[in-house]
Design a protein around this ligand. Sequence first.
Ligand code: ITT
Length: 202
Amino acid sequence: MSHRRFPGGRLVVATHNPGKLVELRELFAPFTHDLVSAGELGLPEPEETGLTFIANAELKARAAATVSGHTSLADDSGLCVTALGGDPGIYSARWAGPDKDFRHAMQRVETGLKAKGLKTSPAYFICALSLGFPDGTCETFEGRIDGTLTFPPRGTRGFGYDPIFVPEGFDTTFGEMDPAAKHAMSHRARAFAQLIAACFDA
Ligand code: ITT
């Protein structure tokens, strides 16, 4: 299958989440020198009305690309907890409330598990990355990492739900890991690897 390629030049990263922006800047540094965030450009944050990670990533990438006139990259991601039927899933950001308080969001996960008599659950992170072009077309890829949850939260690195997520094969949380170790395996890095292979020149 042939994919539309990044034409070079400016890449707008359509996120208002500072934690994601740090990771995406690190990942894309070798591929473009002109990376600017939607926040820096003052672009509006579109309402995430999609029902899948892919739909929301495409909606955000398309909105940024059509408004800015530049190729734009959006990330829609979240934590899916098996024992909670996949919640918070696409609502991961919303569980943190208007103050974006992830201690509260992690507590909500723990409370949900306790209500089922559980202390932990298998869980996975999903990341959909979408490259949007000013004419409204998109190229989209999804990555996943499996693990288990641990309480109380551990570590101050990363962002969001990282302090409760222990990736399979490890005993440290993403919140305790060196960022390079997270980048070697994360859902975002896995979606990124597919996007780079399909749409970017090495
Ligand atoms: P943008 O839409 O502006 O990019 P957002 O925070 O609203 O920012 P999402 O709708 O994709 O983004 O929400 C994803 C949430 O899932 C995010 O707020 C994080 O808390 C969580 N999340 C995603 N990737 C994560 C990661 O690598 N580590 C920890 N939590 C993560």
